[in-house]
Design a binder for this molecule. Structure first.
Ligand code: MN3
Length: 205
């Protein structure tokens, strides 16, 4: 049974960056539906005993193309939103420290530079999708974007996302309308780098 993370804050806790109705609908409807559908399709495909990461990394072993696509979309939707909601916080730590900051500086030059790169990938994603900061077990970092509910795991990159920017319109349209870049800029005010540091440590150890 794949379980949607318990939201670690109230629906209104991310105001004014993300409005209450958006969090309620995004988590309570969109994310809940991906979770239910993923459970149903995983059962049907006989992969319900695997981890979601394993399912997404081994999609090519699912023979039925419709079922493979359903697992990719709904497994991605389940996984991506667990990451997104768990890395937002009303009490966000605004900058990373330690190993993650050192690697960011070595790879991208500065924290501002990597935020700019993630933001540009998010703003430039045509249609619905995501942008990511990802890590691999060697500690390398990568910035990328994905369409739909794909992610660096289902894309077979060998990287695992540790920071997620959801740029589906359901994530921002009620408040920001067509102004996706304004949402992305504001979102970095509630992305909790403490959580991102923890995920980096998990991926690299
Ligand atoms: Mn979403």
């Amino acid at each position: 049974m794949f379980t949607q993370i318990a939201l670690p804050y109230a629906y209104d806790a991310l105001e004014p960056v993300i409005d209450t109705l958006t969090v309620e609908t995004h988590y309570g409807k969109h994310h809940a539906t991906y979770t239910k559908n993923f459970n149903d399709f995983a059962e049907k495909a006989g992969v319900a005993d695997k981890s979601v990461e394993e399912v997404l990394a081994t999609l090519d072993t699912v023979e039925d193309p419709a079922l493979r696509k359903a697992l990719r979309n709904n497994g991605g939707g389940f996984y991506n939103h667990n990451l997104y909601f768990s890395t937002l916080s009303p009490n966000a730590k605004h900058a990373p420290e330690g190993a993650l900051l050192e690697k960011i500086n070595a790879t991208f030059g500065s924290l501002d530079a990597v935020i700019e790169k993630i933001s540009a990938a998010a703003a430039g994603q045509f249609g619905s999708g995501w942008s990511w900061l990802s890590a691999n077990p060697a500690g390398d970092l990568m910035v990328s974007a994905s369409p739909n509910q794909d992610n660096p795991i289902s894309e077979g990159t060998g990287f695992v996302p540790i920071l997620a920017v959801d740029v589906w319109e359901h994530a921002y349209y009620l408040k920001y309308r067509n102004l996706r870049p304004d949402y992305i800029k504001a979102l970095f005010g509630i992305i909790d780098w403490k959580k991102v540091e923890e995920l980096y440590a998990t991926v690299t150890t």
